[in-house]
Design a binder for this molecule. Structure first.
Ligand code: DX5
Ligand code: ZN
Length: 218
């Protein structure tokens, strides 16, 4: 199980020091929630900030773009050479082309689906995706409650991938409200990579919180 702490749940002004304290042997990825105040009501940061954070650590960047028309600025995220760039199905009319553009740059291409979008919408796009992000909250804010319907959605997607794409791995990532209480069920449903905002940053150290989550995910 890969755990990707979402840094918007931390103090963004102190990120250099915080990131340096994270142990790359424990923290697999750093989840970067890019919000434009348009696709979602909240506004966070862009590529320059992600680049600055990346300079403080060897932990790979996991970029989640919650922005309208990502084609307009995607090149600037690709330049950072992150582990993955994930776009939202709902944010563009041309998800297949964008996924291929991301892959063409040698980066994992991720496709995210809001809770209101049936996971079946991703089925025809899976051949262009290396990761499918199942949102378990409406995007925009950290600290929201996990939507239980996500478990069935993950299972349906996992079943499809097993039937149709067993020759290569398409990672199922889940984002929103992940906690020590629900992580076992989410892992059992077929998730391989979990985002943790509140669960990683609210109290204690990120290293110990992530280690505890991983222990429960088995
Ligand atoms: C929601 C973001 C999430 C969020 C996760 O819009 O995409 O990554 O920060 O935070 P928690 O785990 O607290 O729900
Ligand atoms: Zn996210």
């Amino acid at each position: 199980m890969l755990i990707s702490p979402s840094i918007i749940a931390a103090d963004l002004s102190a990120m250099g020091a915080l990131v340096r304290e994270m142990d790359p042997a424990v923290v697999d990825l750093l989840h970067m929630d890019v919000m434009d105040g348009h696709f979602v009501p909240n506004l966070t940061f862009g590529p320059a900030y992600i680049k600055n954070c990346a300079a403080h650590t060897s932990i790979p960047m996991d970029v989640h773009l919650m922005i309208m028309d990502p084609e307009a600025s995607i090149e600037r995220y690709l330049e950072i050479k992150p582990w993955c760039v994930t776009i939202h199905y709902e944010s563009t009319r041309f998800p297949a082309r964008l996924l291929q553009l991301i892959r063409g740059a040698g980066i994992r291409a991720g496709l995210a689906l809001n809770p209101a979008t049936p996971v079946e919408a991703a089925f025809d796009l899976c051949e262009y995706a290396d990761l499918v992000l199942v949102m378990s909250v409406d995007p925009g804010f950290y600290g929201q409650k996990f939507m239980k319907g996500a478990v069935g959605r993950i299972k349906r997607l996992a079943g499809f991938l097993e039937r149709e794409h067993h020759d290569r791995e398409v990672i199922i990532q889940v984002d929103g409200g992940i906690s020590l209480e629900n992580i076992g069920e989410v892992a059992a449903a077929g998730a391989r990579c979990l985002v943790a905002g509140n669960a990683a940053f609210a109290g204690g150290t990120v290293n110990s919180n992530v280690a505890a989550l991983k222990k429960r995910a088995i």
